[in-house]
Design a protein around this ligand. Structure first.
Ligand code: ADP
Ligand code: MG
Length: 469
């Protein structure tokens, strides 16, 4: 390992390299492939970089390794090679390990860890025992990061690695199945693993309420309070559940205040932002608002594809790229459904003993796909987009290349790709017989503009919602 100053320098160099390569390969590719990389060390002229999955390693080696080496050479003339390896192969320093110990937290006092990991005995304190069990699959390692969740992910990591609360509370919010619970479990695993003496309690708001009500009934509220008040980190999931439940809110508010006053970390999740939570007391809302509020946005195509690759790898199966792309296009609701779809396809293939094909995928998922089939036609899209940008529908087919018509046309092509099942050549034909490469270019262009121009992005999203709704 390099020393502190060497480390700092290495990271600065890496940032500069990222700044160089980003415009070269485009934002989506950067987010998918370069962003998840971690530079570990530069030793004897070898730059060692880790990536989360085998698939990523192969892809990065095939597509970017040479360029990365050249760029490193520009930074550090002594560099001979860039070594890209899979994160799990890396002997991580103690504080970096977040591979969990599968644990039944309700009963046992100690558990032994997975065979591969160094033997550590995790003993849980009394308070820890009231925590709900953690899903061993929900670790940071297995969380795929993309634009929609990078902020929430970074905030969660900060908390997991901090000695004292960097912000309090952390309030995570977002729609169903987008990874809130996953991130909370990951925080808990990480902290427990690093320092088993620190008490982490993870509970759903429902369970919190249930325990509170029971304590009331058993005249045990003093103990109840004590349990919570001695934690290092308290995480309450799905806090919207206590909307309208006044006495639970009251208790929660007091527990919350006392923990914050003692410098303990609180992490909360909900399906809405604090201000939008209905049936919550104002003072609780404003308390929830005063830390860091991080929202997880709906998934993008890139993120869905990344998640599919990662899940397939965890399942230890090879799924053809075409199938992954198909699923990423079609199952857009949330990650849970996406995972479910992949599992079904894989299970089916194993049962019938045949390779996964596009046909069987459609068959196996016909119910899901029907629900997602938005039935928007290209004609409708052209009409809406033309109206929106105030151009003639005929300009969708015309050869005019002025930006005032070319841009809306590109938007319409982009939406056609996103909202219909039409192939690129089919879409091209509907736009005055254009080539499929023109459509592909339009899709890329719009993606790129969306990244850099938030007004434009809003416009496109608005159109999309109108067409979907
Ligand atoms: P939420 O609590 O927001 O409803 P979950 O955390 O339960 O959602 O996520 C639903 C499922 O999707 C879980 O199995 C979780 O592991 C998975 N998941 C969500 N986001 C990601 C991600 N970014 N990378 C990998 N898996 C994810
Ligand atoms: Mg959840």
């Amino acid at each position: 390992m390099t020393d502190d100053t060497g480390d700092g320098r290495m990271h600065v160099q890496w940032e500069r390299i990222c700044d160089r390569i980003r415009p070269e390969i485009g934002e989506p590719a950067f987010q998918s492939w370069l962003k998840p990389m971690t530079v570990r060390e530069v030793l004897d002229g070898v730059v060692r970089i880790s990536v989360p999955t085998r698939f990523m390693r192969d892809w990065v080696v095939a597509h970017y390794a040479e360029r990365l080496k050249d760029l490193w050479l520009g930074e550090e003339p002594a560099v001979r090679a860039v070594d890209i390896f899979i994160q799990s192969d890396y002997p991580a320093p103690a504080e970096d390990v977040d591979d969990p110990t599968p644990a039944e937290t309700e009963t046992p006092a100690s558990v032994s860890p997975a065979a591969a990991a160094a033997p550590v005995v995790v003993a849980f304190s009394d308070s820890q025992r009231i925590s709900a069990p953690l899903d061993p699959r929900c670790t940071f390692d297995r969380f795929v990061v993309g634009k929609p969740n990078e902020f929430a992910y970074a905030a969660a990591r900060r908390i997991a690695e901090a000695e004292t609360p960097p912000f309090n509370p952390l309030f995570l919010y977002g729609g169903v199945g987008l990874g809130k619970t996953h991130l909370m479990h990951a925080i808990a695993w990480n902290i427990r693993r690093r320092d088993p003496k620190r008490t982490v309690i993870y509970l759903t708001a429902e369970k919190f309420m249930y325990r509170f009500v029971r304590a009331l009934r058993e005249h045990n509220t003093v103990d109840f309070k004590e349990q919570f008040r001695s934690v290092t980190v308290l995480m309450i999931d799905d806090v919207q559940f206590i909307s309208g439940k006044e006495s639970t809110q009251e208790e929660f508010f007091h527990t919350f205040n006392s923990l914050v006053d003692q410098g303990r970390q609180i992490v909360i999740s909900a399906d809405k932002s604090p201000s939008d939570l209905e049936g919550m007391e104002e003072r609780l809302k404003s308390r929830l608002n005063c830390g860091l509020v991080a929202d997880i946005h709906a998934t993008t195509y890139e993120l869905r594809l990344g998640i599919l690759h990662s899940k397939a790898e965890q399942l230890g199966v090879e799924v053809p790229r075409k199938i992954m792309e198909f699923l990423a296009h079609k199952i857009t609701s949330n990650v849970r459904e996406l995972e479910g779809a992949l599992n079904r396809v894989v299970a089916h293939a194993e049962l019938v003993g045949r390779e996964v094909s596009l046909e069987t995928t459609q068959e196996v998922l016909h119910d899901l796909l029907r629900a997602h089939d938005r039935r928007v036609t290209i004609e409708e899209i052209q009409k809406r987009v033309a109206e929106h940008f105030n151009i003639r529908i005929s300009d969708m087919h015309s050869a005019r290349r002025a930006r005032s018509v070319a841009r809306p046309r590109q938007v319409a092509m982009y939406l056609s790709k996103q909202l219909t099942a039409r192939s690129l050549p089919e879409i091209g034909r509907k736009f005055g017989g254009r080539d499929h490469t023109t459509v592909m270019h339009a899709v890329r262009k719009v993606d790129e503009l969306r990244e850099h121009d938030s007004n434009f992005a809003e416009d496109v999203d608005l159109l999309r919602r109108m067409l979907e709704g």
